[in-house]
Unconditional design. Structure first.
Length: 497
């Protein structure tokens, strides 16, 4: 690791802090291509662990993975009116297929071969509804072919001018689920099943509490009937949309002619859903747990869960402590834990601690000659606290510590999220709240898009979701928090990423 640069404290500049944590933990870097990021091995490992957990849940609910092309004929995007409007301003296009040598030197040595222009330009997928439903039209004939439950792990491109690593990049990695159903009820059930999976993943794996609910029409996915989302509050009190699940109705089925023969012999359009989470989740993980010393990774998703740092002065001691460290590593790995033994001669123990801390490793075991003499190691938690721990039974102690850390991170994040939520605020209090610390504001909403737009324009806060029943206030609000008209639903506002 390069010489450590001080991490900007969160209180000083949250955005600088975020960048410093990513740099220190070597999660990602800016690339020579503007707007695109390079995900480095430590960051990519987190993504792989996320993928595995989510993929298991998708598979357990009957979904199968497939892969569709990166390129989509431009005309496909035009088939669903709302959809094209939503994505038209951020697509990358392939218009030519060849370069030619110009005979010049340097940067001008090659140029686009004008004779290679494509008859129909290809869009680099911003999302794959169109190409997938074009295929569904071929594959679905009868009610017996339904439901069709597919998922794809892929990259997508949405042209961005501003870059924020993991949160907003032109190219990002994600999964997109696409399903077809016989009727609205089945599609709705699917959209909700996925929302529940996303919530479970956020809470049980990422230790990131979320609010679930439905988006308003102005915030829903372009082309969807209804969009459900999970929303989490980051440490700077901005909301992060962490996953969305859409009931697409029959919009795409009609645009792409996806019809099936019913049991009674009639012909019907299918109902579709689509849903996705992306590498943005890594940004959410960072901003939920990390501190001024760097990354804090929840144990279940930590690329390295335990770092063992032997301490020695003489060669004899080095042999001894390393030998025991190696044995402990083997024992821990037998239970499926991800462990590193740090026997580098080039670094002092203190420097090693600093490094493993910045990498977010939840548990560090320090083993020195004196520890060995008393048959113990020192168990240090990334979240604070050092405990002498007998080597006899160290596997159980480490496992218990990891479980406790996972649970404590979730509890702390939930407490922070609740502490930074207000309910039943007046308009004046709401304005004050959004100008000040910010957070989740629960209140009545009249349902009028122009009221929603005015709130956004004046406070920069948007409705994150109309929350599901378990998140709603005990007493339903009677009037709109902003305009005073009768409330049609409780809403949760926040400034968002
Ligand atoms: Zn209103």
């Amino acid at each position: 690791m390069a010489q450590a640069k001080q991490i900007t404290p969160r209180a000083k500049d949250f955005s600088e802090w975020y960048g410093d944590v990513i740099a220190q933990a070597q999660l990602a870097d800016y690339s020579p291509v503007r707007g695109c990021m390079v995900i480095r091995p430590h960051g990519y490992r987190i993504w792989e662990l996320m993928q595995r957990a989510l993929d298991d849940m998708f598979r357990a609910t009957g979904h199968r993975n497939a892969y569709f092309p990166l390129f989509i004929p431009m005309s496909f995007l035009a088939k669903e009116a709302e959809h094209v409007e939503g994505f038209a301003k951020e697509v990358a296009l392939v218009t030519h297929t060849r370069l030619r040598a110009t005979g010049k030197e340097g940067a001008g040595a090659i140029a686009v071969d004008p004779s290679s222009a494509l008859e129909e330009p290809l869009v680099v997928r911003p999302t794959s509804e169109t190409i997938i439903y074009a295929m569904f039209a071929k594959w679905i004939q009868s009610y017996r072919d339904l439901p069709l439950l597919l998922n794809q792990w892929a990259n997508v491109v949405r042209w961005e001018l501003r870059t924020r690593l993991f949160l907003r990049t032109t190219e990002f990695l994600w999964q997109e689920g696409h399903t077809a159903h016989v009727d609205e009820a089945d599609a709705e059930r699917e959209a909700k099943t996925i929302l529940a999976i996303y919530r479970r993943f956020a809470e049980e794996w990422m230790a990131m509490p979320v609010i679930t609910g439905v988006k308003t029409d102005s915030e829903k996915f372009a082309g969807a009937l209804r969009t459900y989302a999970i929303e989490a509050l980051m440490q700077d009190n901005k909301a992060l949309q962490a996953g969305t699940s859409h009931n697409l109705g029959q919009n795409f089925a009609k645009a792409f002619g996806v019809q099936y023969q019913t049991a009674a012999g009639g012909l019907e359009y299918v109902w579709n859903t689509s849903w996705g989470v992306s590498t943005r989740l890594i940004g959410g993980l960072i901003m939920t747990h990390s501190d001024d010393n760097g990354l804090v990774a929840p144990p279940k998703l930590a690329p390295v869960q335990v770092a063992i740092v032997p301490i020695w002065k003489s060669d004899d001691e080095r042999r001894q402590v390393s030998g025991v460290g190696d044995q402990v590593k083997t024992d821990l790995e037998k239970t499926g834990l991800r462990v590193e033994l740090d026997v580098r001669d080039s670094l002092k123990p203190g420097a090693k601690y600093f490094e493993w801390e910045a990498l977010g490793v939840p548990v560090r075991l320090e083993i020195g000659p004196r520890d060995l003499a008393s048959g113990q190691a020192v168990l240090a938690r990334r979240t604070g606290g050092k405990t002498p721990t007998p080597l006899q039974g160290i596997v159980a102690a480490v496992t218990a510590a990891l479980d406790e850390i996972q649970a404590a991170l979730f509890a702390a994040a939930r407490e922070r999220s609740e502490k930074n939520s207000i309910r039943g605020a007046t308009k004046a209090q709401f304005i004050e709240f959004m100008k000040g610390s910010g957070g989740f504001a629960y209140g009545g909403f009249c349902g009028d898009p122009s009221c929603e737009a005015e709130i956004k324009q004046q406070t920069n806060a948007t409705i994150r979701v109309l929350p599901d029943p378990e998140f709603r206030s005990k007493e339903a609000p009677r009037t709109c928090m902003w305009c005073g008209a009768p409330s049609v639903a409780e809403a949760v506002w926040a400034q968002a990423y």
